[in-house]
Design a protein around this ligand. Structure first.
Ligand SMILES: Cc1ncc(COP(=O)(O)O)c(C=O)c1O
Length: 361
C-alpha cells in the first residue's frame, strides 16, 4: 500500500545529518528542533499556535480537555473513521454521539449533525477522512449558531484545503497525526495540536507536560505527550517537500480516475470548494462484490485495504448503541483503498488498474 524507500533514499544524507546533530546536541525532549518545527508548521498552516505532541490521538484528547469537554458531555462525530476519533472522546469521560456521513466525501453529514445536537452537546468533531476536507462551511455555521466548539480531526489531511484555506484553521482547534504513513509522516509516532485560541494553546502546553504550569507546579492531571527532538528534526526536513508530495498524490489520483473511468465502480470525488490530498484513494464497489475483487487483486500481488470494515457505532465497545446509520454502514461494505504514495509510478498505476479491470470481470 505504501513504499517509503524512495522517499527515505532521496532524503538520506539530510536525515542522517539532522539526526546526528540532535545526537550531538544532547537535547532530546522539548528542545530547539521542536520549537522551530512548531513555528514552521504554524506558519505553513496559517495558525497562531502549534503544539507538538506524541500522537494524533493525544492531540485529540488534549484538545478536548483544553476545550473544556469532560465527563457527561456529548461530542457529535462521524461513525466512519478510525477508532481514535471516538477513543479520544471517551478518554476525557465524554460520550461520542455517532452520526451518518455524506456518501460522496465519506465525511460528517451536517444535516445529521444538526439532528443530533442536544443540551448536553459540548463539541462537534468532524474528520477530514482520507484527505478530503469535511463540509466546513456548513459545520462552522452550525457550531457558531449553537455556540459549540469545533475540533477538526485532520490526522489524514495535512495540507488539504477548503475554500483556499488549510484544514486545521477552521475549528477552535485541530489535531494532526505524524504516524509514518500519513501525508506528512515522522519515522515514529508524533502528533500536533493547532489552534488560534490563546487559552487552548496555553492549556495544551501544560497538559502535554504532566499538567505542570511551572517547574514542579502540577495543578492538574496531564500527560507525558511530547514530540521528541529527533522526530521534530525529521519533520522539519520533510515539511518543505509536502506541497510537492501532495501534488504528486493528486496527479496519481487523476491517473487512476482516467484509467478506471469506464469500470462499474465509483472513484473518489472532490467536492468543491475542497482540495483533496488523497491520503487514501478510496473506491466504492457495490453489489456485494468488494471482498471478491479484493481477493483477486491480492492473488495478483496487488495490495488493497478496507478502511474501515466496521463503522464505529458497530464496534464491540459501543455494543449497547442501537443505531441505524445507513450511509456509514454502506461505506463499510463498499470501500476499497488502492495503493497511493507520492513516488508511485505510472507503470505500477497501470498494473493496478488493469488488474482491477480483470478482477471486475
Ligand atoms: C482519522 C484519524 N484520527 C486519529 C488518528 C490517530 O493518530 P495517531 O495514530 O497519531 O495517534 C488517526 C491515525 O492513526 C486517524 O486516521
Amino acid at each position: 500500500m505504501l513504499d517509503l524507500r524512495a522517499e527515505i533514499e532521496a532524503l538520506e544524507p539530510e536525515l542522517t545529518a539532522a539526526i546526528g546533530a540532535v545526537l550531538r546536541s544532547g537535547r532530546f525532549i522539548l528542545g530547539p528542533e521542536v520549537e522551530s518545527f512548531e513555528r514552521e508548521v504554524a506558519r505553513y498552516l496559517g495558525v497562531a499556535h502549534a503544539i507538538a505532541l506524541n500522537s494524533g490521538t493525544d492531540a485529540l484528547t488534549i484538545a478536548l480537555r483544553a476545550l473544556g469537554v469532560g465527563p457527561g458531555d456529548e461530542v457529535v462525530t462521524t461513525s466512519f473513521s478510525f477508532f481514535a476519533s471516538a477513543e479520544a472522546i471517551g478518554q476525557v469521560g465524554a460520550v461520542p454521539v455517532f452520526v451518518d456521513i455524506e456518501p460522496r466525501s465519506f465525511n460528517l453529514d451536517p444535516d445529521s449533525v444538526a439532528a443530533h445536537l442536544s443540551p448536553r452537546t459540548r463539541a462537534i468533531l468532524p474528520v477530514h477522512l482520507f484527505g478530503h476536507p469535511a463540509d466546513m462551511r456548513a459545520l462552522r455555521s452550525l457550531a457558531e449558531e449553537h455556540g459549540l466548539p469545533l475540533l477538526e480531526d485532520a490526522a489524514q489531511a495535512f495540507g488539504a484545503e477548503y475554500d483556499g484555506e488549510k484544514v486545521g484553521t477552521f475549528g477552535d482547534a485541530a489535531a494532526f497525526s505524524f504516524y509514518p504513513s500519513k501525508n506528512l509522516g515522522a519515522y515514529g509516532d508524533g502528533g500536533l495540536l493547532v489552534t488560534s485560541r490563546e487559552d487552548v494553546a496555553k492549556t495544551a502546553r501544560i497538559l502535554r507536560n504532566h499538567g505542570a504550569s511551572g517547574r514542579y507546579e502540577h495543578d492538574r492531571l496531564g500527560y507525558n505527550s511530547r514530540l521528541d527532538e529527533i522526530q521534530a528534526a525529521i519533520l522539519r526536513l520533510k515539511l518543505p517537500h509536502l506541497d510537492e508530495w501532495n501534488a504528486a498524490r493528486r496527479h496519481i489520483a487523476e491517473e487512476y480516475r482516467e484509467l478506471l473511468a469506464t469500470l462499474d465502480l465509483f472513484t473518489p470525488d472532490e467536492l468543491a470548494p475542497a482540495r483533496h490530498v488523497y491520503h487514501q484513494f478510496t473506491l466504492r464497489i457495490g453489489g456485494g462484490r468488494r471482498d471478491a475483487v479484493r481477493e483477486k487483486l491480492s492473488a495478483e500481488g496487488i495490495a488493497s485495504v478496507v478502511y474501515y470494515p466496521v463503522p464505529l457505532h458497530r464496534m464491540p465497545l459501543y455494543r449497547g448503541l442501537d443505531l441505524a446509520l445507513p450511509e456509514a454502514e454502506r461505506a463499510s461494505r463498499e470501500v476499497l483503498s488502492l495503493p497511493i504514495w507520492p513516488t508511485l509510478d505510472s507503470p505500477r498505476i497501470q498494473r493496478v488498474a488493469s488488474t482491477l479491470r480483470a478482477a471486475l470481470g
